[in-house]
Design a protein around this ligand. Structure first.
Ligand code: NAI
Length: 410
């Protein structure tokens, strides 16, 4: 349990895995000077030693923060995943210790959308095949199977952050946009939601997948789904590797039913740049293969660095947890009172009453109070019109169910 009013200059930030310099700039601008940056991931005893002193840890996908590692993180206030995914962190174990985890869910959205847009044009012009043939010394000068995208129909499966961006960009090129989503989504521009996945597959010249990995999306595009697609149409997958049955796609490309594909994500991906890429798709000239780089641009990296660092700083300075992935989300206004008390507890009955009893016994007036609860946790921020004496702080810390109590002073 941590209860402290530490100033930025006293907080240790450990940034692993070569996190972009934009994160360091954001921390420095916020008055944080104890920043330890490391180019690679840490593991085992090295990670335990380093995390024991850290108030913040920034990681990307290669550092595993397990329950055992977090058990050594006595000072840790918050975790920043400088990426999209958070499954490298035991989120439940972090929550149990009152540690919020932040990530950057939208920082690379535009990068994926731009790549997909380029792929739509390349596929409809038959460029992948022409490019491959020419690299082998051939010359494929022909207009056959080469189309403008203007007037063609794009089918977007999963109309979330990326899907909507692509829809807007594709309309600028004169495409008709259809989308399928399990939720009723607000259609942007002239896009239209289809009643079913089958309706979309049967109508689109290009199908682009932008769904998350869930049991429902596993092999969503299997042999039967591919058979429903228009003859000669194209498939793009820059979502998750499990969404497409790759063997079925290879068969549909072999038969010519699918005219081309652009695949960025695979059911099994090499673990590093020195490993071989094994896939039945390698033999097709009309398939664009990319190594899961849909969101990998320098702009996205810079944006991720700034976005996650800003969330960590805001949490440290104000207690705000908006967009935390494992924590009740509190958006907090600027602190006007001398003291803000941040109390994280197990979500059991009576804790708020006990907290307020402490303020009442101390004769302290509450200026504002903000509470948010999740299934496991309760998080309450209380702005009080006085400083809090150590005795009362100790009482807050020992309320049954308390995980953390921290105070911020102006
Ligand atoms: P998002 O959460 O904003 O949108 C996903 C959409 O899919 C939501 O509208 C949701 O309602 C819909 N959906 C969920 N299950 C569905 C189902 N069974 N059928 C139809 N629709 C369903 O996600 P975002 O940010 O747009 O990302 C989409 C995908 O792109 C994710 O899988 C993400 O992991 C992946 N991604 C890939 C990158 C790459 O480098 N290739 C980079 C960034 C994201």
């Amino acid at each position: 349990m941590i209860s402290e009013a530490l100033r930025p200059a006293a907080l240790n930030c450990l940034l692993l895995e070569g996190i972009h310099a934009s994160a360091v700039s954001a921390f420095e601008a916020g008055g944080y000077c104890r920043i330890d940056t490391r180019p690679a991931a840490l593991a085992g005893e090295d990670l335990m030693e380093a995390i024991a002193e850290a108030h913040f840890i920034g990681i990307r996908s290669r550092t595993r923060l397990s329950d055992a590692i977090l058990a050594r993180a006595d000072k840790l206030l918050a975790i920043g995943c400088f990426c999209i995914g958070t499954n490298q962190v035991d989120l439940e174990a972090a929550a149990r210790r009152g540690i919020p985890v932040f990530n950057a869910p939208f920082s690379n959205t535009r990068s994926v959308a731009e790549l997909v847009l380029a792929e739509i044009i390349m596929l409809l012009r038959g460029i992948p095949e022409k490019n491959a043939v020419q690299h082998r010394g051939g010359w494929m000068k022909s207009a056959s199977n080469s189309y403008e995208v203007r007037g063609k129909t794009l089918g977007i499966v999963g109309y979330g952050h990326i899907g909507t961006q692509i829809g807007v960009l594709a309309e600028q090129l004169g495409m008709t946009v259809l989308f399928h989503d399990i939720e009723n989504q607000l259609a942007l521009g002239n896009a239209r939601q289809t009643g079913s996945l089958a309706a979309l597959l049967g109508a689109a010249d290009v199908v682009s997948l932008h769904v998350p990995e869930t049991p429902a999306t596993r092999n969503m595009i299997d042999g039967a789904a591919l058979a429903r697609m228009k003859p000669g149409s194209h498939l793009i997958n820059a979502s998750r590797g499990t969404v497409v049955d790759i063997e079925a796609l290879a068969a549909a490309l072999e038969s010519g039913h699918i005219g081309g594909a652009a695949i960025d994500v695979f059911p099994l991906e090499p673990s590093g740049n020195n490993d071989d890429f094994v896939s039945p798709l390698r033999r097709f000239d009309n398939v664009i293969l990319t190594p899961h780089i849909g969101g990998s641009t320098l702009e996205a990296q810079a944006s991720i660095g700034g976005e996650v660092a800003t969330k960590l700083i805001r949490y440290a300075n104000t207690g705000a947890t908006l967009s935390a992935v494992n924590f009740p989300e509190l958006s907090l206004p600027h602190q006007r009172s001398p003291t803000r008390v941040l109390h994280v507890h197990r979500n059991v009955p009576g804790v708020l009453a006990h907290i307020n009893d402490v303020f009442s016994d101390a004769g302290i007036n509450i200026a504002a109070q903000y509470l948010q609860t999740g299934a496991q946790l309760g998080y309450v921020a209380t702005d009080i019109e006085a400083e809090l004496d150590a005795t009362y702080l100790e009482r807050l810390r020992t309320i049954t169910g308390t995980l953390r109590c921290r105070i911020l002073t102006t």
